[in-house]
Design a binder for this molecule. Sequence first.
Ligand SMILES: [Zn+2]
Length: 131
Amino acid sequence: MIKLFAIVMLATWAPVVLCPPIVILVDRIRLLPARVVGYCFMMMIQIRRDSYHALVLRHELEHLRQIRLFSPLGMGLFLLIHYGWLFLRHRRFGVVYEKSWIEKKARQAMMRATPLPRYILIDGRTIRWVK
Ligand SMILES: [Zn+2]
């Protein structure tokens, strides 16, 4: 059981740490409300084409940094406990999102003027390095 856990941990954490961010421009983030402009899963960041700018990119890159730090499984577990606790306290998803520690950190990161890392941009059939 511990071996299986270690294998799953490594198989999910290694690509997130080793791969550069992959930014995919889309018309709409599927499975999420239409107002959502960006989303980070593993090392893949989806950003709505009409919202592709440094602020949104920095926000999602901060989520990638958090996933790299805590590991994908660790982040999933943290989100489950943290969001679960916030939901028990506030009973509204909007408030949970607003008060979430990871979202607060991502909103702070949006305002930092640090250089953006090199990333792979996928826009339709075009794939290229940025920076
Ligand atoms: Zn966010």
